[in-house]
Design a protein around this ligand. Sequence first.
Ligand code: NAD
Length: 270
Amino acid sequence: MSHNLLKGKKGIIFGALDEKSIAWITALKCHEEGAEIVLTNAPVAMRMGEINKLAEKINAPVIPCDVSNAEDVDNLITKAMEHFGGKFDFILHSIGMSLNVRKGKHYTEIDYGFNTKTMDISAMSLHRVLANCMKKDALNDWSSVIALTYIAAQRVFPDYNEMADAKSLLESVARSFGYHYGVKKHVRVNTISQSPTRTTAGSGVKGFDGFISYAEKMSPLGNASAEDCANYCVVMFSDMTKMVTMQNLFHDGGFSNTGVTQEIIDQMEK
Ligand SMILES: NC(=O)c1ccc[n+]([C@@H]2O[C@H](COP(=O)([O-])OP(=O)(O)OC[C@H]3O[C@@H](n4cnc5c(N)ncnc54)[C@H](O)[C@@H]3O)[C@@H](O)[C@H]2O)c1
């Protein structure tokens, strides 16, 4: 059921790879709530062609952009403004990529060249996008920017590897840029720290099955689904959360504040 929470709002959604992607489901929800959307993803990810199905459903243009490439980002923001006929109101940064994980490198033996690329794609890309928007004055006052993150930025999850460092950097960029954009234009920048979710990026983490069922048992409400996350993004893009900025918002069924649950104790006593 639509509440028209985003009626009249326009935004860019990064990272819809396939129908399991958090960005894909968020794009559908934003459309349902009345928003106009521009979709984007890395050219290599778009070769699968899946994104066109989503684009058709929500009547959105698709503009390719590798976020590690400044020219691509510049082109995306310019084209999005042309499409919208001016400024827009929200951005979802739903991008994660670790070359060391892909190549099976252990955290203690990472390749630093790969690591630089991981930081660039997964974290500094948020800075690049925001800096380009600020330069062009692309975002309306009180716009809302969300980047998706994971609790491995605060606590150790051994197999999350260098992505833990990338998420720490991402959260820091959200805070720091959030300060400057807030002062200048009342633009809000937050991160949402999501439960483990079965998507292409999520399943890339070693031991993901164990990981996701442990989190389920450790969360009083259970794991938050991709659909729950999409709903939270909608609320964060709406004017109902106008004064929330520079925060890391846990969206994890209570996992982040739980020491242990009875279910885990029972299992340990078996
Ligand atoms: N799935 C989980 O368990 C989980 C939990 C917490 C946070 N997150 C975060 O949610 C976000 C979305 O991931 P997802 O789980 O929906 O997986 P996903 O694989 O569907 O999405 C990741 C996206 O990043 C895009 N991407 C990679 N390199 C890029 C580049 N150079 N330029 C532009 N785009 C690029 C991919 O094409 C893909 O669309 C990521 O930031 C991820 O770290 C995921």
